[in-house]
Design a protein around this ligand. Structure first.
Ligand code: CA2
Length: 145
């Protein structure tokens, strides 16, 4: 069965590959999404949304309720601030995998808290671009039961 998966990226992730390669790697977001399409193969049809706007991310999550089987979500810095995104994730009944390029727990203390983790099926962090691949595999396995 071909699953429909939303790849959702939050603020500043459009800058990937242009700055801070020591923290976030050299791959651009387009590179990451292209790799995910290969990983998904026939198993999943991917849709990608990146927004720097919290409201647009909330709208994308709401829309996914009717159009997607699950979400790979890197909320960026909103991870550590947004009760509104948490409420959006807990309000949709599809599984969401919280995904981070960096190991947020090895960084500044303010990155150790996530408002999202408790309402996600799981978290992948610290593996650079490969975090997305691992998150997609975990989401597809979760959907397959
Ligand atoms: O590690 C991650 O994936 C993060 O979600 C990335 C966020 C950060 O605020 C989270 O704590 C962890 C930041 C994304 C900013 O990405 C940039 C990429 C290149 C240049 C500048 C920013």
């Amino acid at each position: 069965m071909t699953r429909k998966i939303l790849i959702l990226n939050g603020p500043n992730l459009n800058l990937l590959g242009t700055r801070e390669p020591e923290v976030y790697g050299t791959a651009t977001l387009d590179d990451i999404v292209a790799g995910l399409v290969i990983t998904a193969g026939e198993r999943a049809e991917l849709r990608h949304v990146q927004s720097n706007n919290e409201g647009e991310l909330i709208e994308a999550i709401h829309q996914a309720r009717d159009t997607s089987d699950g979400i790979v979500f890197n909320p960026g810095a909103f991870t550590h601030t947004s009760i509104a995104l948490r409420d959006a994730v807990s309000g949709v009944e599809i599984p969401v995998v919280e995904t981070h390029l960096s190991n947020v727990h090895a960084r500044e203390e303010f990155r150790h808290t996530s408002y999202l983790t408790a309402v996600c099926v799981g978290v992948v962090a610290g593996f650079g671009a490969n975090s997305y691949t691992l998150a997609l595999e975990a989401l597809l396995a979760h959907l397959d039961g």
